[in-house]
Design a protein around this ligand. Sequence first.
Ligand code: NAD
Ligand code: USQ
Length: 407
Amino acid sequence: MRILILGGDGFCGWPTSLHLSARGHDVVIVDNLARRSADLELEAESLTPIRPLGERRAAWKELTGRDVGFARIDVAQDYDELRDLLAELRPEAIVHFAEQRAAPYSMKSPRHKRYTIDNNVNATHNLLAALVEVELDAHVVHLGTMGVYGYGGGMQIPEGYLRVQVDASDGSQVEQEILYPANPGSVYHLTKTMDQLAFAFYNKNDGIRVTDLHQGIVWGTQTHETRIDERLINRFDYDGDYGTVLNRFLMQAAIGYPLTVHGTGGQTRAFIHIQDTVRCIELAIESPPAPDERVQIFNQMTEVHRVIDLAEIVSRLTGADIDLVDNPRKEASENDLVVVNRSLLDLGLDPITLEEDLLREVSEIAVRYKDRCDLDKIPARSQWVRHKPEPARKLATGADEPVPAPA
Ligand code: NAD
Ligand code: USQ
């Protein structure tokens, strides 16, 4: 299959490109290298020594004989180039990762908020408008987020649609399935809820076939393909803006930095290993929606954990201390989270669990590259609101006295 990977130089995009290339698909990456520019802006590099994209592609060609194409296009700005590429390649599937994906980055300043909205909303809309213009019936596989639903609220979170009963004008009850009510927790998450509406509209109006993968927090670094040679290594973000919670804890444990649990650590989130991410995308590509089918939504996650429990698991495995720090975000200090994830399991996903792979991740990545860590980049400094952050406190029943903030 001819597959275009928008955002194929990123953390999820690069291993996905290699995974699909290894399976015999013809892969072309589109990327504007914005993520590498953000590294320069933030003066924070991937813990792993990622190579320039040209070197990555040359190494893959040398090792496997397979080409991965590349077009440097800003999907949000360079509409004509994107449209012309679609018209020329006529891909059968398009995987869309090309968005600014960090919630803390999206909340840093008005400039970062506006950039995230401009970039993400335009990228998605440009893709949809261009597909219509060139009359291309490609299957769009988009990486959305579990954060579109908010987290929990006592209900089981369904795969995208909620069955509701509403009063009809004649007093009877009408049953309908609607998009699950959007409840974003950051400007970044807000853009993903806007993407959902764009997909629903273009699907209804133009019959664009879309699978929206509502993904949880991705952990881990390597996949079978990125492990083959160090030149193919995947990125690993640990800084306060782009680092996600479990990977941050693993790196912090490796360098003896107390694990930075925000607030109580009672926040419950969904997780998935990077190897399962690439497998899910392959499964989604193989199961496109039928023509005229509504947007297909899968919850792409395999496990649910509280932040404090993750810290305790990592602490048990490594001896790391845990530090309850003031929470820079505005989010519920505790939540439940029950998620339906049947679709991808039914398609054949066999999940990697935290228990199986956590130690390998610590030794293979965090310990191996710990000397590349810049300690100054670890604290999360992006604040959701201007007033004082929620103070850290212990979660244990009857022991929720405030804990002094670390000096
Ligand atoms: P990333 O920042 O590592 O990769 C995104 C890639 O897209 C980068 O290479 C970047 O340069 C490129 N890009 C951004 N804007 C672009 C534009 N306008 N034109 C062309 N290229 C552009 O992020 P990631 O972690 O790989 O995430 C990929 C997707 O998956 C995102 O949409 C994100 O929202 C989603 N997602 C990620 C996670 C996670 O934990 N990493 C979890 C759930 C969902
Ligand atoms: N957290 C800590 N300590 C840290 C970092 C984070 O306690 O050092 C907490 C946060 O306060 C939050 C939780 O951990 O409660 C998750 O934070 P995160 O940075 O790991 O994840 P998040 O900001 O939600 O974003 C990540 C990806 C995003 C994706 C999302 C999936 O960056 O692209 O959409 O996970 S989800 O969380 O399911 O919406």
